[in-house]
Design a protein around this ligand. Structure first.
Ligand code: GAR
Length: 210
């Protein structure tokens, strides 16, 4: 059974999607054993509590820089013996001390079709504002491995939605979450836990046959 640690910063709807999938028996080979929040009072912590999942708050604001914060996260992950780290709406970029310690063992959900609207500064609603400003007709979400560069790790799964003429950043965000993120993130977690993701030449391949 793989030990899954989920890192959150906000509402935690993606965490909820993983918890719901787990309760339906859809996460084979893994179990969420810990939720780590970068913000006190994040609603994601309530979701963890309701699901009887231990949680810990490591406030980003208590640390001077990304390196010292990342070292604290790394110590917590090591202490929890994490096999898989899931960034589910985690709004802090982790320093390479974490990504190097957990190569191809950290996955993130990004609310756009990478390589569009991604990288430093693209997070949350901002991503959807930029997509609408550009006038794209399709957007979506990407689940990918996390490496030293923001949103640049190997892509595991992607899903698309149509952008509507009257979309606001909020309506587009909601459609992408409902139609793509809440389905693909638990699916990627399950694929990882069943050892159905392989990486070759820096690219991820999913074994859909098993
Ligand atoms: C989600 O849309 C997620 O893709 C995005 O923030 C939202 C968090 O929602 N993540 C990023 O922008 C990270 N770069 P949630 O807290 O309800 O899961």
């Amino acid at each position: 059974m793989k030990n899954i640690c989920v890192l959150v910063s906000g509402g935690g709807t993606n965490l909820q999607a993983i918890i719901d999938a787990q309760n339906r028996g859809e996460i084979k080979g893994g179990k969420v054993t810990c939720v780590i929040s970068s913000k006190e009072g994040a609603y994601a912590l309530e979701r963890a509590k309701k699901a009887d999942i231990p949680s810990v708050v490591l406030p980003r604001k208590d640390y001077n820089d990304s390196k010292s914060y990342s070292e604290a996260i790394l110590a917590e992950l090591d202490r929890r013996k994490a096999d898989l780290v899931v960034l589910a709406g985690f709004m802090t970029i982790l320093d390479e001390c974490v990504t190097r310690a957990y190569p191809y063992r950290i996955i993130n959900v990004h609310p756009a079709l990478i390589p569009s609207f991604c990288g430093e500064g693209f997070y949350g609603l901002k991503v959807h504002e930029c997509a609408l400003e550009k006038g794209v007709k399709i957007s979506g979400a990407t689940v990918h491995f996390v490496n030293e560069e923001a949103d640049a790790g190997a892509i595991i799964l992607q899903g698309a939605v149509e952008v509507k003429n009257n979309d606001t950043p909020q309506t587009l965000q909601r459609r992408i979450m409902e139609d793509v993120e809440w389905k693909l993130l638990p699916k990627a977690v399950s694929l990882f836990c069943e050892d159905r993701i392989t990486v070759k030449d820096g690219k991820a391949y999913v074994d859909l046959e098993k």
